[in-house]
Design a binder for this molecule. Sequence first.
Ligand code: NAD
Length: 403
Amino acid sequence: MTRRGFLKVGGGVTAASLTLAAIPADTLMRASGAARAVGQRMPNGVELPATPPRRKRPDSVGFAIVGLGDYALRQMMPRFAQTERAHVAAIVSGNPDKLSRVGDAYGVPPDARYSYETFANIASDDRVEAVYIVLPSGLHADWTARAFAAGKHVLCEKPMALSSAECEHMIAAGRRADRKLMIGYRSHFEPHNLEAMALMAGSAVGPLRLLRTEQSYRMGPTSPSENWRVNRALAGGGPLEDLGIYGLQAALYLAREMPESLSATTFRPAGDPRFAEAFAHVASQWRFPSGAVAQLATSYDSSGTNFVHARGTTGALIMDPATDYSGQRMWLEGGERREISPGDPEVQFARQLDHLADAIRDGIRIRTPGEMGLRDLRLIEAIYASAAAGGTVRLNPDGTMRH
Ligand code: NAD
């Protein structure tokens, strides 16, 4: 994605241009050159399976995993052992050592191990029907386009991309190729979050008034050249796209309406190499048409937290931790405190993979489609636009900014 492409979000002053205005130009030039898939070493602490996961059904969908990083190797690939209808058919990496070790451990034949350079050959590999993109976020749009060009369905990690313009291109490419596009919003497959959606739809706390979410951790010493998560070309603004997007999602699926306006603030401490390009914190306040208000905060520079509070006229729903990989806790307050434990959070990973397989085989509607990712990027752009302009941004029902 060129810098000019990133700035073009439909003419006039855009969220992206306002955001980028806050970053020194020389930093941008350096950052934009870095948005390219490059092999990395094996992440620390990866345990490869002793025996490859078994394919369970004849109609199982073969996935190619693009990007063998921390999330792919430590979370998602091991979960194929728990899927019903999805299996690892190919791997794609820029690191030959990882291709060999991960390929052997997962039983991927040598001719189904691709490099970034040979990826286009996957078009004629019938073992692969879906491509799972687990690359740094600034590479999602490009690699989704490549996967559609190869005629495959796509599961793309969150955030869908770094701008709404990129999201629109991805959706259009999927339509042209007549292939499915799903975003890896795993909370839509996690029992506590699903139960929270049902409770809020059933007005368990009365009409919603106040919603708060926080997602944060303190990042150790690093810089944009060492860590893509603080590199603007690969991560956008930083914590909002990475962690805060869980709070943004929860605010939307619990309030069950789109905000009509929002105001926001961002912070970058001077002289800290971690935040030469990314923000340390991003906070926003939303007003919904019903009168409910949401406050969202996310940080790469404060002690760890991940909660959602939804407070209505008769009680509150508390989720803490709200959207982790495991260990979710949730309770209702107001009257007697009631703990709610609807199931094991760790099913979220395999269910997400099976969901795309079901959509491919049975044509079921995708719960987390590209349009949802686009909606969220529009809100992220509105947040950055508000912070850059120092004022309230009014929104259309589809999340675009009203000018
Ligand atoms: P990571 O740094 O551990 O892995 C990224 C991998 O991408 C690298 O190992 C490498 O194989 C590949 N890569 C290719 N080009 C690269 C480049 N220029 N710079 C760095 N890596 C490059 O990151 P991760 O934590 O695995 O995150 C990957 C994606 O998954 C991101 O989009 C992230 O937002 C998403 N993610 C989602 C969840 C979730 O819960 N849904 C959790 C973690 C990460």
